[in-house]
Design a protein around this ligand. Structure first.
Ligand code: G3H
Ligand code: ZN
Length: 282
């Protein structure tokens, strides 16, 4: 059934585990995430990013309604999350569509602006029943300059600033920069576990890891033990999907029925989902 993201992440954090959150782009992604979570018999989060909405001709609702229907029909708890949002209009549409949570992404802004816009988004989200995640990376902007992208390989979240930021914004969860970076196609990231420990020790909200596709299994498991309670995965599903399609079409150059290659792609994603849930559930 459809479940509240905050409840799922809170329950995982309480037992020092994590909920895996997968970015979905197509209906096959949605079906694979639900089937993979059912195979693992664990809760999961389906997330749609603002970038994915852009790909869908700017429309959230077709994919969002499919995600709502998939969650409602699932044998496990499924949270629905709008990921990396900068648009206030999209925030409103997600709340209307039945999403339980959003990640408001102001990490590109200088610290003071990040804080102010995130605070406004969190206030609006809370008034409208949303659990709100935000991100703090390497904070620049003291000299008026924009900060590094929070998931640039060298970016790190400062524990003192993180504490002030969580208090100042009122967010429900914090995405931290501890060594992962987005869209890696090799699992070669190594995380700063000491920093993670300091962040987790100083904050009373669950921590979120982005860019988890590039993090090896043992590092992911250690990050969860160190305080990560939501593990965001996007690229790993696309690798599974695209590799399966490429292999199928190479072996069957005469194929034309899209169900044939989308079907093997979906099965490959199901395996990736259930394996990753096994690594992070704790
Ligand atoms: O918010 C989404 C995640 O951070 C996905 O990152 O595609 O590198 O796994 P990834
Ligand atoms: Zn991310």
């Amino acid at each position: 059934p459809l479940a509240a993201t905050g409840t799922l992440v809170g329950a995982a954090a309480a037992r020092h585990g994590a909920v895996a959150a997968f970015n979905v782009i197509t209906l096959e992604h949605i079906e694979a995430v639900v089937a993979g979570a059912e195979a693992a018999d664990a809760p999961v989060i389906l997330q749609i990013s603002e970038n994915a909405v852009r790909y869908r001709y700017g429309r959230l609702l077709p994919l969002a309604r499919a995600a709502v229907a998939a969650a409602e029909g699932a044998r496990v708890d499924v949270g629905l999350h709008l990921d990396h949002v900068q648009s206030d209009e999209l925030l409103r549409q997600a709340a209307d569509a039945g999403f339980g949570s959003v990640m408001y992404d102001a990490a590109r802004l200088p610290y003071d602006e990040n804080l102010a816009t995130t605070r406004a988004a969190a206030d609006w989200g809370h008034a409208n029943g949303l659990w709100v995640e935000a991100e703090l990376g390497q904070v620049g902007g003291k000299d008026g300059a924009a900060p590094l992208d929070a998931h640039a390989p060298g970016a790190r979240t400062d524990p003192g600033e993180a504490r002030a930021y969580v208090t100042g914004t009122g967010v429900d969860a914090l995405a931290v920069a501890v060594g992962s970076s987005h869209a890696m196609t090799t699992r070669t990231a190594s995380l700063d576990h000491d920093l993670l420990k300091r962040l987790a020790g100083g904050l009373d909200v669950p921590l979120v890891l982005h860019g988890s596709s590039g993090v090896p299994d043992d590092e992911l498991a250690a990050a969860v033990r160190g305080g990560i309670a939501k593990v965001n995965v996007g690229t790993a599903l696309n690798i599974a999907m695209t590799t399966a399609i490429r292999e199928f079409l190479t072996a069957h150059p005469e194929a034309v029925d899209s169900r044939k290659y989308l079907g093997v792609a979906r099965e490959a994603m199901v395996r990736t989902v259930s394996e990753l849930i096994g690594v992070v559930r704790g």
